[in-house]
Structures are given as C-alpha cells and as structure tokens.
Design a protein around this ligand. Structure first.
Ligand code: DGT
Ligand code: CA
Ligand code: CA
Ligand code: ZN
Length: 580
C-alpha cells in the first residue's frame, strides 16, 4: 500500500476512535501521525527497509508497526475490526459536512440515531436542535447536507467517469463486429459531472456487442439486456447505456445522444424550418402525406455532414448547450477553442515546502516531460497551517531555492516563484508586501471563514483583487463538486473588479473544483478577463489535471489569446511585470 493510502487509513482510525469515544491522546497520535507521514520528504519504503521509521518524530511505537504492516500487506486487522465494531450508519453520517466523529457520537449517545434516515427524522422533529452544542442552525445545516448527499450520489466527476469509460470504449472499438464507437452524452460534452455514460456503436451484428458489454468485469449489475440497447451499473455506481445502430444512422444517433437536450431542440427546430424532421434515426423530408425517407441520409455520414446540411459550421460537442452556438455556427463565428497543445506551462502548484508531495526538481522534471517551457510553483502561506503554509522567511528562502535551481541549468523548464497566499477574513493578505513583491507572481485564495455573508465575502475578495501585489485569484467560489457548495459571493462584482485591476481569474483544473465555472467565462472573457488554467497540483501526477481545465476553458468558449498559459516565457513575464 502506498503512502497516501496509509495516510487515509490512519485518519480513518482517528475518526473511528473518536466515534467510539476513545482516549483523546490515542486519537491525536493517529491524526498527527497521519500528518507527519503525509508531509515527510523521505521515501517511506526506504525508511522501513533501513528500520528507521521509529526514529521519525511524531510517529509513535504503536503506529510504526501498523504502518509497516499496511505498507507490506495492504491490510491491517486492527483497522478491519475497528470498522466492523461501528454501525455502518454512523460511518455514513460522517459524510455529512460538519459532522465529525465527536458529533456523530453525541447524536448517537443522546438520541440514539444510527442511520442517516433516523438523523433526518430527528432533525425534522426538533430533537437535534434541542441538543446542547447543536441548535436550530446546525439542525438545518444537517438537513441541507442530507439533501445534497442524495443529489450528489447520483452523479460522478467527469475525470472518474472518463476513467471508467475509456477502457470500455477501447474494448468496443476492438470488437470485430464494431464499425464505429463513441461515448456521447455529458461525458462527450465535457460537463464537470456526469450522470450516466452513453455509448453508441455502429454495427450490423448487435448481439455479440451487447453480450460483450454486459459481461465486462467492471459491471456490477445488468439492468437491461436487449437486442440493440443494454444498460449496466459499474462498481462505484456509475451507470451506462449502450445503443447499437446501423452504420447509416450512426451520425444521427451520436448527435442525438450527445445532446444537450436544449441544443437538440434548437437544431430540430432549424431542420423543421427547412422542411425536414430530425431524429436519432435520421433526417426525413416533411411531405404532404407524412414523412418520406428521401435521398438525404446516405449523404450524411458524420456530424459535420449533418451540420453542413443544415447550413452550419461543425459545432464541437462541448459547445452544444443551447447557449448561442447555433447562431454562431450559422454566422461562421464559432470560437477557435484553446487546446491542450497550446499550453506552455502552469502556475498554481504545490511542493514539499507546503502540502505537495514533489520537490522543485521533481515538479520541473514532470513539467519538462509534458513538453512545457515553464512551471509556476505556488505553495500555501502560513494561515493555511494545516497545509504547512510558508511564513515570510520561508517564502524568501523558497525564492532563493528556485533562483538557484534555475541557475543550475538542471532543467530546460524555467521555474517561476509564486505563492498561493491566503486572503484573510477581512480581505488583507497573509504575507508582507515586501515578500509578495519579491515573487514573480501571486495567487490569492480564500481558505477560511467560508460562512461569511455574501456582502462580506465579496468585499473581502475584491479587497484582495485591488491589492497591487495580486496576479491571480484562486478557486473563486471554493466549491468542491459533489461535496461542498460554493461559498456565497457575487461573482459578477468579482469579475468586474478583476477586469478593472487586470487580475487574472484561474480555472482551477482539479477535477473536483473546476472553479471558476464554465458558464461564466464567455461573457467575462469578452469583456477582457484573462484566464489561467491552473492544475493546483499537489504531486507530479497532479500536473496532468490541466487537461480537465482546458476542457472547462473550451466549454467557456475561450480562445488561446484569452489564456495566459498559452504564452511563451517572455509573454508571461510581460504580463507579470505590467502589474508591478
Ligand atoms: P447526464 O447523463 O445527466 O450527465 O446528461 P446527458 O446529457 O448525458 O443526458 P442523458 O444521458 O439523459 O441523455 C443523453 C442525451 O440524449 C441528452 O444529452 C440528449 C438526448 N436526450 C435524452 N433524452 C432526451 C429527450 O427527452 N429529449 C431530447 N431532445 N433529447 C434527449
Ligand atoms: Ca448521460
Ligand atoms: Ca443516458
Ligand atoms: Zn487553494
């Protein structure tokens, strides 16, 4: 088992012990041990092999044994037994924001709730708000949490959905009966979350394709198994439909099941206005005595052909949201969307100096492997103490390390020194002006006091935007997709302030954030807002998230010129310096 998974187990143990009301010192030993392990620079395998794990400060004797067992076997009897000793309903309750081990224990001990359903009843009956330490507000918050959890359970992050879809798509394409195969639906439209997968296959012999699909090892349940349509549920809960169509219908089916519904409705109306009815089966001429399948279908083999038949430029799937793409396609004015190949470096990344897992060298090497010209490092500032944020002195030392690294000639990638500086609750910044001024650039982010009023939060963020040391605003709503709602903030005012102050807003490309949302980019960028696609990488692997950010930029109609990291090193430096 790798280090990150072991950290998760230790944290789990701490929460479970809390649930059981165990000794606080013991609980702390696990949670702080997890923390030490997570931020430790030395390689865990090396340490264990050298018998030096017990010498690491903060990892007590009880933990050494357990970490070694987990590392060697991936299992731990103590942990398994501990989990089994706690009612599953109590563990589920931990998924509700605001409920930790202590509170769940209290609810259980005081009013006997053992499941989320029982908790909901207790909140509605007033039993929870009557409890000491809870009150009306927290009962309401728990109810919202329960409702959100039910809604979230139905959807999946795009990144996860793609990981499930790709091997299936490859498998379908590899079948001898398959002529063409695609994933349609929200996955193809690059939506931030996906409800279910929609596979479309062209084949004259559907049966073997269906049989292959429903017998894949990842399939947990087959919910339908028909002649041309099947549905399954994968482990992890994601569901998928497969439709097999004759080759001549493929372009129409692919277009129809790609959606969105709004886009389809608009395109169908356009077809009708020109005398055709458009469906997943094809195009038919509207005749006096009903529809006729006349002369059209075999001239249309592709979506491009379909769009052209209706007098439109080909609309990329990610723009098919019924938000003006048909008008733009008619006027031949679709945007020339930014691509992954346009990206020449990224700015918001963490290293071992704060809560990242890669060193400067490792991150730069990974950036070089991605073909980039530069890499920006932006570790946390001190107010993010749980992420081992840097104080002024450590920031200055980091700048020195980066300068030395650049001068060493160790990498062809130029490293920019940055910071992800906390915006404090009053809108002031977490570091001295002189420190901020010594950096190449800064990313300002909110990591605390999420429950401020909309007025307070908006004023707080705008105050940071107006600070002359600010280069970029990080994850502007703080949302965690399918887990945490955005904090209350008036983004229209924030966007206005960013444009007025020439401050960049990021697309945080972490697949769980994708913040700022794609729906806001088109208008904002038209009005002059500059974007930066920031993977917020906490490891070398995390740099790969930039792709998810490019998706969101494309969904937001952005072109290369509207994205800072499509510029070369000199272009980036020019932008940084005009802010100083
Ligand atoms: P999802 O799965 O909730 O993330 O979103 P989609 O867009 O993948 O939706 P889904 O799987 O229900 O259907 C796939 C596409 O099929 C959808 O984007 C458009 C088309 N479609 C499905 N149902 C309807 C419908 O009732 N009317 C129209 N016009 N199109 C539909
Ligand atoms: Ca779908
Ligand atoms: Ca579907
Ligand atoms: Zn952050």
């Amino acid at each position: 088992m790798n280090k990150a998974n072991i950290v998760d187990v230790l944290e789990d143990i701490a929460v479970l012990l809390e649930l059981k009301g165990d000794n606080p010192f013991k609980i702390r030993a696990y949670s702080s041990g997890a923390r030490v392990l997570e931020t430790m620079e030395a390689d865990l395998g090396d340490l264990i092999e050298a018998g030096q794990l017990s010498g690491v400060k903060g990892i007590g004797a009880a933990l050494v044994d357990k970490i070694e067992t987990l590392h060697a076997t991936g299992e731990l009897e103590y942990y398994t037994k501990l989990r089994e000793s706690v009612a599953p309903g109590l563990i589920e309750m931990l998924e509700i924001p605001g409920l930790g081990g202590k509170k769940v224990k209290k609810l259980h001990d005081a009013i006997g709730v053992e499941s989320i359903d029982a908790l909901q009843v207790a909140c509605e009956s007033g039993a929870v708000e009557a409890l000491k330490g809870f009150g009306k507000k927290s009962a309401e918050k728990i109810l919202t949490g329960i409702a959100n959890r039910a809604a979230y359970a139905k959807r999946h992050h795009w990144w996860t959905a793609r990981e499930v879809a790709l091997p299936i798509l490859e498998g379908l394409r590899g079948l001898p009966q398959t002529e063409r195969a695609e994933v349609a639906g929200s996955l193809r439209r690059l939506r931030e979350t996906v409800g279910d997968l929609d596979f479309i296959v062209a084949s004259a012999d559907p049966q073997p394709v269906m049989d292959w699909f429903v017998t894949q090892p990842a399939v947990a349940e087959v919910t339908a198994h028909g002649a041309t349509k099947s549905s399954v549920r994968f482990e992890g809960g994601l569901q998928a439909d497969l439709r097999v169509v004759p080759a001549e219908q493929f372009a129409f089916a692919l277009h129809h099941f790609t959606g969105s519904k709004d886009h389809n409705v608009a395109l169908r109306q356009r077809a009708l206005a020109r005398g055709y009815s458009l469906s997943e089966w094809g195009l038919a001429q509207k005749g006096e005595e009903g529809d006729q399948q006349a002369e059209i279908p075999d001239t249309i083999q592709t979506e491009k052909g379909l769009f052209e038949f209706l007098g439109l430029a080909e609309i990329p799937p990610e723009l098919r949201e019924g938000l003006g793409e048909i008008e733009a396609a008619e006027a031949q004015q679709l945007p020339n969307l930014v691509t992954s190949a346009d990206i020449r470096g990224v700015f918001h990344n963490h290293t071992t100096a704060s809560d990242g897992r890669g060193t400067i060298e490792e991150m730069a090497t990974a950036a070089e492997a991605l073909g980039w010209d530069y890499l920006g490092l932006a570790d946390h500032s001190k107010a993010s103490y749980q992420a081992n944020g840097l104080d002024d002195a450590r920031v200055l030392r980091m700048i020195e390390s980066i300068r030395a690294f650049n001068q060493s000639g160790a990498s062809a990638v130029h490293v920019f020194s940055g910071i992800e500086c906390d915006i404090l609750p009053d809108g002031s910044l977490d570091l001295e002006e002189s420190t901020l001024g010594a950096l190449d650039y800064t990313v300002m982010s909110v990591h605390s006091s999420f429950s401020q009023s909309e007025e307070e939060m908006t004023a707080r963020v705008i105050r940071a935007i107006e600070h002359p040391a600010t280069t970029m605003l990080g994850h502007p709503t703080g949302r965690i997709l399918l887990r945490r709602e955005p904090y209350k903030i008036d983004l229209r005012k924030v966007i206005d302030a960013a444009i007025a102050n020439r401050v960049i807003i990021e697309i945080n490309a972490n697949p769980r954030r994708l913040d700022m949302d794609w729906r806001l980019w088109r208008r904002a960028a038209e009005r002059g807002l500059m974007c930066s696609i920031n993977p917020d990488a906490h490891s070398t692997d995390g740099l790969g998230y930039f792709d998810a950010g490019v998706n969101i930029a494309r969904k937001g109609w952005l072109e290369k010129e509207q994205v800072l990291n499509s510029r070369d090193c000199a272009g980036v430096l020019r932008w940084f310096n005009q802010r100083k």
